[in-house]
Design a protein around this ligand. Structure first.
Ligand code: MD3
Ligand code: FE
Length: 203
């Protein structure tokens, strides 16, 4: 099912269900090489969401700001390679939503435990803002907050469930968005956590 969310943004319900086991296994392998960590915001707060990356570039945050880095600051090594099943899913989803030829160089992996949240923000650290972002939800469902182009605009809520894929492009690319505190829950593929993959053209 393909649900229009707003200009250029599409919710592809269940789009990743046929590859969920491969995705979860790949996340485990990536986290083995580049462990999930709680980044610090430029303001000095510890993020409740734990993060890691794969691909040529990885998103990091510390007291110096937000940016993409080629090396994992924890290890000094390049981020793990983006698995073939990640690239295949992301480009298939983007094409389905009207963005053919999507070739992401970064995948940010977010891990939510109960209570973890992502406050309203824009994604604007990427070099190619004309490219869409593809996000894949796995595990416990989340309440996604969908705002406007101004932080003060009202927000809508959408449930994002295991296997849902969203493609955010065009006029939706710069909208404010976030994740409400994760509710206690259980999913057989992930336990009590939620994993989100976001594919970006960052470099
Ligand atoms: C809309 N992640 O990592 S995915 C993020 O579920 C992020 O972990 C959330 O926001 C998560 O930056 C939401 C949905 C999403 C991701 C990127 C977007 C929506 C977006 C970029 C622009 C507009
Ligand atoms: Fe975001």
């Amino acid at each position: 099912e393909r649900v229009p969310l707003s200009d250029g943004a599409w919710l592809l319900r269940g789009f990743a269900l046929d590859v969920d086991a491969a995705l979860m296994q790949a996340v485990d392998a990536i986290a083995h090489a580049a462990p999930f960590r709680h980044l610090t915001t430029p303001g000095g707060f510890r993020m409740s969401v734990a993060m890691t990356n794969c691909g040529r570039m990885g998103w990091v945050s510390d007291r110096r700001g937000y940016r993409y880095e080629r090396l994992d600051p924890c290890s000094g090594q390049p981020w793990p390679k983006m698995p073939a099943c990640f690239v295949a899913l992301a480009s298939r989803a983007a094409a389905d939503a009207g963005y053919p030829g999507f070739d992401p160089d970064a995948c940010l992996i977010n891990r939510y435990v109960p209570g973890a949240r992502l406050t309203l923000h824009q994604d604007r650290d990427e070099a190619r803002l004309e490219a869409p972002i593809v996000s894949v939800s796995l595990g416990v469902p989340a309440s996604f907050l969908w705002g406007g182009l101004d932080r003060r605009d009202s927000t809508q809520r959408h449930a994002l469930a295991h296997g849902d894929v969203v493609v955010w492009g065009g006029a939706s690319r710069m909208r404010f968005h976030g994740i409400a505190p994760l509710r206690q829950g259980w999913h057989p593929a992930a336990g009590d956590i939620r994993i989100n993959l976001t594919f970006r053209c960052a470099g």
